[in-house]
Design a protein around this ligand. Structure first.
Ligand SMILES: Nc1ncnc2c1ncn2[C@@H]1O[C@H](COP(=O)(O)OP(=O)(O)OP(=O)(O)O)[C@@H](O)[C@H]1O
Ligand SMILES: [Mg+2]
Length: 224
């Protein structure tokens, strides 16, 4: 029953999109999954409403309006009822962000490849370190490059190396810039994982989910 937070101090890097897609992928695999919407802008709630209108988004529950004072309780309750708890955080540092990270089994940091993006990755890493000091244990954090140009560029390779050199592991999987697959979702509720969704986007999301599961699944369960 792991908790995975989508976190970056930078806005617009794909946290919410990824949270919804990963949740959808886990639900397609039969997991009971919930997204805690901890961004005051309520983008996950808006997706849930659109998906409800269109009869989509099956198997993904959403708990909206999670704030710093309710974060711990909502996570604890969700752990009782769900196989996977995803937390969609706002694009800034806050107490809610620190609490969510502290209670997470893994932090996923979406990022673009510009210098500004990387600066925010390192700022986010500072937030993870802060939370680690509270809980006195290591919290795995990993960067995923999102919205990439289709062809792997030199800049992308350089960005990847810079993050790795800073001691932060990077997902093998990158999400490609696919406006139809990832943007329409917020209006019509259709995630790439559902029938009628974009199969290439679905494949990359499934690969990202596999990478997450490899980090958060205890070794004895993998062996079983
Ligand atoms: N791989 C992608 N290809 C194309 N568009 C994308 C991709 N990933 C995300 N987007 C779009 O980029 C925009 C920002 O994404 P999203 O809202 O998921 O970011 P965020 O980090 O949650 O932002 P915020 O900090 O504002 O909450 C959205 O319009 C989304 O549809
Ligand atoms: Mg968001």
């Amino acid at each position: 029953m792991p908790v995975v937070s989508l976190c970056s101090t930078k806005g617009g890097v794909g946290k919410t999109t990824l949270a919804i897609c990963l949740a959808s992928a886990a639900a397609q695999r039969g997991a009971r999954v919930v997204i805690l919407d901890a961004d005051p802008n309520g983008h996950v709630r808006a997706w849930r409403e659109a998906a409800d209108r269109e009869g989509r988004g099956g198997g993904v529950d959403v708990i909206a309006g999670v704030k710093e004072d309710t974060m711990q309780d909502r996570i604890a309750e969700s752990l009782e009822r769900y196989d996977l708890v995803l937390v969609d955080l706002e694009g800034a540092a806050s107490k809610a962000v620190t609490y969510a990270i502290a209670l997470s089994d893994m932090v996923v940091i979406p990022s673009g490849i510009s210098g500004m993006d990387l600066q925010e990755v390192f700022r986010t890493q500072v937030e993870v370190r802060r939370a680690e000091k509270f809980v006195k244990h290591h919290i795995p954090a990993r960067v995923i490059f999102t919205g990439m140009a289709t062809i792997a560029s030199r800049v992308a390779k350089h960005a990847r190396q810079e993050v790795i050199d800073a001691g932060i592991p990077v997902f093998e999987t990158e999400t490609i810039r696919r406006p139809n697959a990832y943007q329409a979702m917020h209006f019509n509720g259709l995630t790439p994982l559902e029938p009628g969704g974009d199969p290439k986007a679905a494949a990359e999301i499934n690969r990202a989910l596999d990478e997450i599961l490899a980090v958060i699944t205890p070794a004895d369960e993998v062996a079983a």
